[in-house]
Design a protein around this ligand. Sequence first.
Ligand code: UTP
Length: 418
Amino acid sequence: MSIEKSKQAEELLQQHNQAHIIKFMNNLNEKERELLENQILSIDFAQMKELYDSTKKTVEIKENKIEEISYFDKQKLGSSKKEQLDELGARIVSSGKYAVVTMAGGQGTRLEHPGPKGTFKLDVYGKGKYLFEILIDNLKEANKKYGVVIPWYIMTSQQNHDETKEFLEKHSYFGYDKNSVILFKQGELPLIDHNGKLLIGKNKLIKLASDGNGGTFTSLRTSGALANMKERGIKWVFIGGVDNVLLKMVDTTLLGLAIEQNVQIASKSIPKASPKEKVGVFCKMNGHPKVIEYSELPEKMAEEISSSGELKYGESHIMCNLFTIEAVEKISKEPLIYHKALKKNAYLDETGKEIIPQDLNAYKFESFIFDAFPFFDDIAILRGKREDDFAPVKNKEGIDSPKTAKELYEKFWKKVEK
Ligand code: UTP
């Protein structure tokens, strides 16, 4: 590191209220210092200030015009309409214009599984199945039906990338064509404490964390995965999570509906179980599609009933989304808003001593995939069924846990195989 660069890094820290890092640097050897200084020069301090300022504000929903959103119920489409939509969708899939993205960059903190979430083995049918394996089964079934090999893009994080790759290699991609599996890494942002100070991690660098599943679009573009899709002639991109064991990644009715409605984005929903269920729900905000997080939906609105006698804001977002390739590209160039989450994070103090906090001490900033929706005028929403479409593995125990997912998974397949 040149003296010039060293000076630059120190000045940045001074200017941005991060003098504690200058003190920390004094105890580092030359190599460690150089690595840290390089990292400092790559941080967007103006953005970090903006993010810190945002932690002091509360989300104000009242100023916006919120309306209910319309949806199509898959159960009520009628068989000829459903057939027509399926045919429209199937034409795209069987002509090789359909790709799937799995967002697998999350930390899975609630599940407490030591490793990438996709490597978690769900105890089904005695011998168990890994979450990645369940997704692959789903894709293989579609490949057989439509006579194609659907390209599968997996978003990993900087932390879990190597482990994910090794796991898939070790299991020979569970029989999937290796050339059709493309891994790409998502972006990261620094963590900050209550006073806007950056944290230092055990590796003696500024502590970073994945920037949320909304980062999918930008990461697709910057990693070259989007260009790869274009080369393959992809027109429609499905983006889903890694942890819903009933996720249907190739739903031709959903795809057909998007084509028929002439929209660029589409999403599968399920009806909200109760006004208090902790899920994001669809609405229209200022005329654009939007998902409101449960924590941001006022209680009164959560309980409101529509003219059809259902919850007015009752369509839950289940991370089952479709985009045209143009839509993916468009969003990849738009800045999505960041949501803050206060988490417990160990760090090194100025003297290099590790501090394990008792309380929540650091803000993590994440953008959410559904914050892409307001960039469009419309969305096609297809209401599915909870028992067919949604069995997430989120918590170690209780609701949305391996136990509930196993029950739902086995029940669904018993029904299908009958
Ligand atoms: P969640 O928000 O449920 O997070 O992710 P998580 O990491 O699985 O679990 P917790 O909250 O730490 O317990 C929903 C989907 O988005 C992906 C996850 O892998 C999951 O498929 N995700 C989340 C990412 O790909 N990147 C992120 O930065 C965050």
